[in-house]
Design a binder for this molecule. Structure first.
Ligand SMILES: Cc1ncc(COP(=O)(O)O)c(C=O)c1O
Length: 397
């Protein structure tokens, strides 16, 4: 009999996923090996067309990774040196790093403390403080697999004539309150196929998608040295192509994506209910209210679809290291997304942001911790996670 002490729960178990699709993957990988066609080709074209259909947009352009996808989108929109781009300070580094790589300047904004998403009010206020015409674009990030408030962001963008790149690296298949697939509302959506993403390859990969044929044409060119036709260069682009092995693997995996997202949602519901029964809440004030000092993620609002790329809980900053250790001792994986806001990173010190500039994001960075949510979790594994988290959090009172 397996007992709780035998149960291990990695943060993500890609071997468990591979075991369920091995028989589908091996022949397509073999097919690519036999073809000896590794860059571009029919597999990449098929993945682009299947992804476009899945994302409900006419055009999808594969590339090397989700960071390059943002660079290609910025290039296609003509954003570069001297331009400013508004990004949340609480996200993975690429959102801002890609802005810097094209020579533009990231302008950071705070998050909504309840949803962790970019706060549209902060975007509006920041625009007032910038020189007229300096800001050219906004990059909302659909963080953790949850949609941003796209209505509010698009309204601001229209009012100020700004371009919008949706960073959907963590949110392939996420839908907003109107049921729109994220990435399809702004000018360009960008995606990552990094192995730990809900749709992950066997290495790096990325994608840009758009409803605008002209932008798609530009991104196609930019991903291949700005070249068209062969050896004729309109622009200085990147070498950022998707390889055929990744496309072959992703073509198999994309057919499982909705089932995997549904399993993640079911796991999230399990955690939500178990933690709520013990006194946790989703309120942004929950850690200050004197009840159980544990906050669970905001569920998706009516009509929206959360794909739970991460399941992020929150405990008082003074307790987070204890919780991490308790999880480690119980053989449970966890991760901090993200321990340091981007405005506080060394590489952005010259931008002059001070500690306390973005209080909601800074507080989140001290309190968040992601626990395992992957589709293949067993009932016993989930129960083990819940018991371990609750035992640790109760000790902190
Ligand atoms: C929000 C966000 N943006 C961009 C990226 C970059 O994707 P990649 O690692 O494929 O370059 C990531 C990847 O972690 C991400 O989480």
């Amino acid at each position: 009999m397996t007992t709780a002490t035998d149960v291990t729960v990695p943060l993500l178990d890609l071997k468990a996923q591979y075991a369920t699709i091995r028989e589908e993957i091996e022949p397509v990988v073999q097919e690519v090996l036999e073809s000896q066609m590794f860059i571009g080709g029919p597999k990449v074209a098929a993945l682009e067309s299947r992804s476009a259909e899945y994302l409900r947009m006419p055009h999808a352009v594969g590339c090397s990774n989700g960071s390059d996808a943002i660079i290609l989108a910025l290039d296609a929109l003509g954003i570069g040196a001297g331009d400013e781009v508004i990004v949340p300070t609480f996200t993975f580094f690429s959102t801002a790093g890609s802005v810097s790589r094209v020579g533009a300047t990231p302008i950071f904004v705070d998050i909504d403390p309840a949803s962790y998403q970019m706060d549209p009010n902060a975007v509006a206020a920041t625009l007032q403080s910038r020189p007229k015409g300096a800001v050219k674009a906004i990059i909302p990030v659909h963080l953790f697999g949850q949609a941003c408030d796209l209505d509010a962001i698009m309204e601001i963008a229209r009012a100020h004539d700004l371009r919008v790149i949706e960073d959907a690296a963590q949110a392939i298949g996420t839908e907003d309150v109107h049921g729109r697939r994220v990435g399809s509302v702004g000018d360009i959506g960008t995606y990552s196929f990094f192995p730990s993403k809900n749709l992950g390859g066997f290495g790096d990969g990325g994608l840009c998608a758009t409803t605008d044929g002209g932008l798609a044409e530009r991104m196609l060119r930019y991903r291949n040295h700005g070249m068209k036709p062969k050896y004729f260069h309109h622009d200085v682009g990147l070498n950022s192509r998707l390889d055929a092995l990744q496309a072959a693997v992703l073509l198999v995996k994309i057919e499982h994506l909705d089932a995997w997202s549904a399993a993640r949602q079911a796991n999230a519901r399990y955690y939500d209910e178990a933690f709520a029964a013990a006194g946790a809440t989703t309120s942004a004030e929950s850690l200050d209210e004197g009840g159980l000092p544990l906050r669970t993620p905001q569920p998706a609002p009516a009509g929206a679809r959360h794909i739970y790329n991460q399941y992020v809980i929150r405990v008082p900053a003074s307790h987070r290291d204890h919780l991490r250790q308790a999880l480690k001792d119980a053989a449970i994986g966890s991760e901090i997304y993200y321990p340091k806001c981007l405005h506080q990173q060394d590489c952005y010190s010259e931008l002059g942001y001070e500690a306390g500039a973005f209080p909601h994001a800074e507080r989140a960075a001290g309190e968040v911790i992601a626990i395992p949510i992957y589709p293949e979790l067993s009932e016993m594994q989930k129960a083990h996670v819940v018991e371990t988290v609750l035992a640790s959090v109760r000790q902190s009172r």
